[in-house]
Design a protein around this ligand. Structure first.
Ligand SMILES: NC(=O)C1=CN([C@@H]2O[C@H](COP(=O)(O)OP(=O)(O)OC[C@H]3O[C@@H](n4cnc5c(N)ncnc54)[C@H](O)[C@@H]3O)[C@@H](O)[C@H]2O)C=CC1
Ligand SMILES: O=C(O)C(=O)Cc1ccc(O)cc1
Length: 365
């Protein structure tokens, strides 16, 4: 059994620690600069031992999972070099950006340290240890990245160690990772925030904007509600790719402006149609960037118990719902519930069951 140190017991570190204490016999060690976080993690059983000094924590561990903000993780990797170690230690991280972390890891001269970059690609808008969830990474893509200090066995060992998370491991190099995550995660974050700013500006002229901000706007700006400190760090750590994407985006916006200004309605149709086709294709199974789900949309009335009835129906049929989202329910008006399942079979069975009970449903194929 290994002694696993989680350095940074927030949403991601806390979730990994909770998963490992719940499903394995490893001894979990926790380090954080926040005393209350350490205390909470110990009291709630996320970790078995807590440490207030990084050096002591690392010396007591076989495996170290660095789960702090990206810039802090880079600093901790640098600190690792000054820590005398008498046995090998496998170090990994969870950072949303990989190249800056790997650059730091490649400068490690401590021969006892084997470093494998990591990024579990699931999260939420919440932060802190209290938001930790044991099942956060179930079915999520978990990127692993080799460095010169790591062997193929280190990667296999790490995958086995983290297998209870039920994440899906893939290997990428740092550049591939940062470009892809910029396109599907970091850049959309910036755009979501900018759309929110635009709405706020227009609210000066139209105070009812928040009342009108329904389905589409809420869908596309959901991620703007995430932890701004974390995203500030991610955007700057991945600055070079972000600048490239921003430049391309500005050119594309200019192109759209031209289409409107010169009444190129046909060109605009093709732009929208091509986007629709690509977006529809993304939801085909196995192609989702983060997770693949099989969705069923159910029309429900906004009345007490409406959600419970649907959930109970499926629970009684032993069908596990992976995600539930209410897309739009306003007082007294029907609204749409999106239920996500991990298998096609669960999707079809749920669809049939709901129709049998009089619900209007739609399948996303
Ligand atoms: N939140 C998300 O959705 C995801 C985040 N990540 C990555 O996970 C990492 C952590 O993010 P979260 O868990 O969301 O953040 P968080 O804010 O919930 O947790 C960060 C933890 O690090 C601790 N910490 C901060 N500075 C420290 C320092 N100098 N020394 C010791 N401890 C320190 C904080 O007290 C906190 O407990 C980031 O690198 C982020 O890029 C990866 C996947 C998803
Ligand atoms: O909630 C969402 O849509 C996310 O995008 C969560 C997320 C945030 C940061 C990551 O590095 C990976 C996943």
């Amino acid at each position: 059994m290994a002694r696993v140190l989680v350095a940074g017991l927030g949403l991601i570190g806390g979730s990994l620690a909770l998963n490992l204490t719940s499903h394995t016999n490893h001894t979990l060690l926790g380090y954080d600069h926040d005393q209350k976080t350490l205390q909470y993690a110990k009291e709630k059983g996320l970790v078995h031992e807590t440490y207030t000094l990084f050096k002591e924590a690392v010396q007591a561990a076989d495996v170290v999972i660095l789960s702090c903000p990206v810039s802090v993780t880079c600093q901790l990797i640098d600190d690792l070099n000054q820590i005398p170690l008498t046995k090998p230690v496998l170090v990994t991280d969870v950072s949303s950006v990989k190249q800056s972390v790997l650059k730091q890891a490649e400068q490690l001269t401590n021969p006892q340290i084997h470093f494998v970059g990591g990024h579990p690609m699931a999260g939420s808008h919440k932060r802190g240890v209290e938001a930790a969830k044991e099942h956060l990474f179930e079915n999520a893509i978990y990127v692993l990245t080799k460095t010169t200090s790591a062997t193929a066995d280190d990667i296999t060992y790490l995958e086995e160690l983290l297998s209870s998370t039920k994440a899906k491991f893939i290997e990428l190099d740092g550049e591939e990772h940062d470009e892809m995550t910029s396109v599907i995660s970091h850049f959309p974050h910036l755009i979501a925030s900018s759309l929110v700013h635009q709405a706020e500006k227009w609210q000066e002229k139209h105070p009812s904007i928040p009342t009108l901000a329904a389905g589409g706007f809420r869908d596309i700006t959901r991620i703007a509600s995430s932890n701004p400190k974390m995203w500030q760090d991610i955007l700057f750590q991945n600055k070079n790719v972000m600048k490239r994407l921003l430049k391309d985006w500005i050119e594309e916006m200019k192109q759209l402006h031209r289409m409107l200004a010169s009444d190129e309605s046909e060109a605009m149709y093709h732009y929208l149609d091509q986007a629709k086709r690509y977006r529809d294709g993304l939801d085909r199974k196995g192609r989702g960037a983060l997770m693949s789900f099989y969705d069923v949309y159910v029309d429900i009335f906004d009345q007490p118990g409406a959600l419970k009835t649907v959930v109970t129906l499926l629970a009684e049929a032993d069908i596990s719902i992976k995600n539930i989202e209410i897309l739009e329910v306003r007082e007294g008006i029907t609204g749409v519930l999106r239920l996500s399942f991990v298998s096609k079979e669960d999707q079809l069975t749920s669809h049939r069951l709901l129709i049998k009970h009089g619900y209007e449903t739609m399948l996303e194929d």
